[in-house]
Ligand binder design. Sequence first.
Ligand SMILES: Cc1cc2nc3c(=O)[nH]c(=O)nc-3n(C[C@H](O)[C@H](O)[C@H](O)COP(=O)(O)OP(=O)(O)OC[C@H]3O[C@@H](n4cnc5c(N)ncnc54)[C@H](O)[C@@H]3O)c2cc1C
Length: 420
Amino acid sequence: MISSITENHTIVIIGAGPAGSMASAFLSREGIPHLLIDKAVFPRDKICGDALSGKVFTILKKLDPNIRSKMGALESDFLPCEGIVFVAPNGKSLDVPFKSKSANTIEGPAGFVSPRMKFDQYLHNYIDLKYADFRESTELMAIERDSEGLILTLSSNGKPYEVRTKLLISADGERSLAAKSIGGIKKEPDHFSAGIRMYFEGVTGMHPKNYIELHFIKDFLPGYLWIFPLPNGKANVGAGVLSKHASKQKMNLRQMLLDCISSNPAIKDRFKNAKPMEKVQGWGLPLGSKKRKLSGDNFILTGDAASLIDPFTGEGISNAMFSGMMAAETAAEALKMNDYSDVFLQAYETKVYRRLSGELKLSRTMQKLCNYPFLFNLVVNKAERNREFRETISCMFDDLDLRAKLKKPGFYFNLVFGGK
Ligand SMILES: Cc1cc2nc3c(=O)[nH]c(=O)nc-3n(C[C@H](O)[C@H](O)[C@H](O)COP(=O)(O)OP(=O)(O)OC[C@H]3O[C@@H](n4cnc5c(N)ncnc54)[C@H](O)[C@@H]3O)c2cc1C
């Protein structure tokens, strides 16, 4: 039974993960009051690879110019990471340092790995309680609509109450209630990955500069297995595969991960003395390989609720944070104009895709390449022999024009018939 209490909040953010906490921080920066709720109590875990790319800092720098050096000083929570190891299906590996046009101008490391238990809590430093009415242990249970806007049923410690709002910012992740109900977003196996994670202690053979490792092992293709180093000698080990393939090939990802660790000749020795810190955990990745409608009358979808995860790398944290920032910007404009209509809020979708659609499209192409292991082997073989080509691959992580080369058949022609 809904309590008789009804509150009014012009802007309500559901979810205080990377998308929601950034939406809140950027609204507060404009001095805009809002309600922010999360059903969890923080610090809370989130199944993830825990890798933070340079894009995370581009956003955080707007809130705190010294963010990289501050994080670098928190060694027990944030492990600096300088690159990626790719292991091709033929077993050959390629070390790719993160390089960019800005490599010499940034202070601190290019990326970090940090357990979400720590990182999401760190982001909460930017939630300003002067403007954010932040309620944990508070769940969105239902959404209704009337002529004034939306009526939300929230529940705190089992007690339901009503909140009326003009603008709902949905940042409630992969299983978002708003995305499914008012957003009409459906789970599509060709644009959704299954993911699993297991924390370990004592995995050996990590890269001296804490490179994250992507293993394109035959059984997992077109997905991959990862081994990411964490602070304090721990490791995040997991795998992700497009749901369409996982169900077609009847993959039991959990069992495959355990089998790989215990019997894959290239990996098993590194786990000889390793201790699992948990059972295999699973969670979905809604991919941004398809454009969706990200807003409507009185609502905006952000982060995983908006399906913005990079389809090749699985990176979703920075896109969630970016969309949170754009949601705050659009909400501020809507407030000023007192216009929360579908037409007005479409500006949000335009801003998000203007920045992200190029790289999401390229990543879709790279994701498809995983269906052709021989091409992967070719790239790694060539990079092993040719320093210049290796450097081009390094820069591809930051340079979209270079990455676009991967879409051109000529790139592969040169790989096969080009010199060296
Ligand atoms: C296996 C795996 C590995 C990944 N690896 C990486 C990686 O290495 N790097 C990377 O960048 N990305 C990675 N991702 C993607 C990344 O985890 C997500 O993109 C990111 O967490 C999205 O942030 P978000 O704020 O949108 O949602 P979330 O982080 O999921 O936060 C949503 C919040 O909403 C709250 N919530 C949900 N429903 C309700 C409700 N009804 N009422 C109130 N609160 C609610 C939840 O408690 C939660 O705190 C990975 C994902 C998976 C599954």
